[in-house]
Design a protein around this ligand. Structure first.
Ligand code: 13P
Length: 288
């Protein structure tokens, strides 16, 4: 069954020097398109839902669509809850069958973040769900979660101490990236990835993928990043392909929703193909 745990996918990526594309889908249309493209290029894929997407589409609809797409695929597919500071939404997704969650405690002080992350890890592990932890804030607001200001920043030793104590499975540290489009050239710290991994054998996740260059991605992967998050690029592909088609509809005064869905699917598939090539995950997983 190609519906797998996120940790399995990222551990495999670490072994073979690539990163798994973790794409924030927004509805069943994008779920189908991303999995189909991943299957075509032989790349494992992590489908991510923001809290906003869970609330808009509904957990049952999203989970059913992911399982349906994954069951037809020959590559590993997992379902991850992205940036979630809300414990109730974590419990909901754990109960519904998500593979992993990002407990975003970056809005808590260090002691609260440590205590609550340990509680979330206990709850998730009891259900076989793995946990990504964020206690430093990654800049930018994504689907209503996060901040444009750096509020919590810690040393690598502090990050490692909390990750070890809480038993978290994956770590999302601040690496100089930001969510959304870059307004200025980011000051990236890829060396921090290796510094963490030299001290603790834990998968490191890169957020804020949209807008980085191929060379910047490769440097992060070479330092040990094995999961890279992409959201804004898919949103743009979705909305711009829809807009272009709607303009055609307007010019011709002919309105065909099914053709609109096809345009959005085509644009979404192209996003997965592009990043699977850059992240070197294409061709790595086709034999399940
Ligand atoms: P972008 O929106 O910059 O692609 O970042 C995605 C992300 O990190 C989701 O957690």
């Amino acid at each position: 069954m190609p519906y797998v745990n996120t940790l399995e996918l990222v551990r495999e990526a670490e072994k073979h020097g690539y990163a798994v594309p973790a794409i924030n889908i927004v509805d069943p249309l994008t779920i189908g398109a991303i999995v189909r493209a991943a299957d075509e290029v032989g790349s494992p894929v992590i489908l991510q839902t923001s809290v906003k997407t869970v609330k808009s589409a509904g957990a049952d609809v999203l989970y059913a669509a992911v399982r349906q797409a994954a069951d037809k695929a020959s590559v590993g597919v997992s379902l991850h809850l992205d940036h979630c500071p809300d414990r109730e939404v974590i419990t909901l997704c754990v109960e519904k069958g998500w593979s992993s969650v990002l407990f975003d405690a970056s809005n808590r002080d260090l002691e609260t973040a440590r205590r609550e992350t340990a509680e979330v890890v206990e709850e998730c592990h009891a259900a076989g769900v793995t946990v990504e932890s964020e206690i430093e804030n990654i800049l930018g607001v994504e689907d209503g979660v996060g901040s444009d200001e750096a509020t919590h920043a810690y040393t690598v030793d502090q990050l490692i101490e909390v990750a070890t104590e809480t038993g978290t499975d994956m770590l999302a540290p601040a690496l100089g990236t930001a969510h959304g489009q870059y307004k200025a050239e980011p000051v990236l710290v890829p060396a921090r990835v290796k510094e963490i991994k030299d001290k603790l054998d834990i998968p490191v996740v890169l957020h804020g993928g949209t807008g980085l260059t191929d060379a910047q991605f490769h440097e992060f992967i070479d330092q040990g990043v094995s999961k890279i998050n992409i959201s804004t690029a898919l949103k743009h592909a979705y909305m711009k392909s829809a807009l272009a088609y709607l303009r055609e509809c307007e010019a011709a005064d002919k309105w065909e929703p099914v053709k609109l869905f096809a345009e959005v699917e085509k644009a979404s598939e192209a996003v997965l193909r592009e990043f699977a090539e850059i992240f070197r995950s294409a061709g790595k997983d086709g034999n399940r």
